[in-house]
Design a protein around this ligand. Structure first.
Ligand code: DX5
Ligand code: ZN
Length: 230
């Protein structure tokens, strides 16, 4: 299986929620490929964000790009069908938040979505041992989940290399996504360690240009230039 193409996935957690549709349109127009949608429940993580209604609203607004729903919620199964109906492309969850990981993964695919597991900085990759054939995406957290704007945890680089080897050895078609503290100045190193999907929240939405259109062209363009170097 050839390695998947690089995709930048802006985390809308750092977007201006008062004009979310416009923000998503602008960031996609800059060349970003996937909308990263952070769902927090004030239970699994100490913060509260957005749910299926907002995902559905983005689809109704006209967003056709993949929407990557990162669920930081516990439990997970009850809300999976709601996100599928709301137009999610990927649905990922944290293994600590599900009593039955295999069942939750199957549920996501049965609902017609792509499935994924998310690994906190201290969570071992061994949760993948018997379910690798049931995931379409592996998401490695390079910060502790719950907030944007934190610093990349360097130990994630070794974990990325281990995970890249796991995927390559399996021959399966699985995206390897990184989330947390991704910026222009470290994205090339992160790609070299094995990631193909790059979530960036504050690293993109923190650098708007003047004007309504093309607000994120420069920052996303810089990230793509860095990726092209590897
Ligand atoms: C954190 C979220 C991230 C967050 C990343 O729990 O999963 O997606 O938005 O934000 P930055 O890119 O600012 O670290
Ligand atoms: Zn996220």
């Amino acid at each position: 299986m050839a390695r998947q193409s690089d995709k930048i996935a802006p985390s809308i957690l750092s977007a201006d929620f008062a004009k979310l549709g416009e923000e998503v349109d602008n960031v996609l127009a800059s060349g970003a490929g996937i909308v990263h949608f952070d769902v927090m429940d004030n239970h699994y993580v100490p913060n509260l964000t957005i749910g299926p209604l907002v995902c559905e609203a983005l689809r109704k607004h006209g967003v056709t790009a993949d929407i990557d729903v990162h669920m930081m919620v516990k439990p997970v199964d009850r809300i999976i069908p709601d996100f599928a109906k709301a137009g999610a492309t990927y649905i990922t969850f944290h293994p600590e938040a599900s009593e039955h990981i295999d069942r939750s993964l199957q549920l996501i695919r049965n609902e017609g979505c792509k499935s994924g597991l998310v690994f906190n900085p201290a969570t071992p990759l061994s949760h993948l041992d018997y379910v690798l054939d049931k995931v379409d995406m592996i998401l490695l957290m390079s910060v502790n989940p719950g907030f944007g704007g934190q610093s990349f945890i360097p130990a994630t680089m070794d974990k990325l290399r281990a995970c890249r080897k796991l995927i390559d050895d399996s021959g399966l078609d699985i995206r390897l996504e990184i989330d947390g503290g991704v910026k222009v100045d470290n994205i090339a190193e992160i790609k070299a360690a094995g990631a193909d999907t790059f979530v960036a929240g504050s690293g993109i939405f923190g650098f708007p240009e003047e004007g309504d259109a093309n607000r994120y062209n420069t920052i996303v363009g810089k990230m793509m230039d860095e990726l092209a170097k590897v």
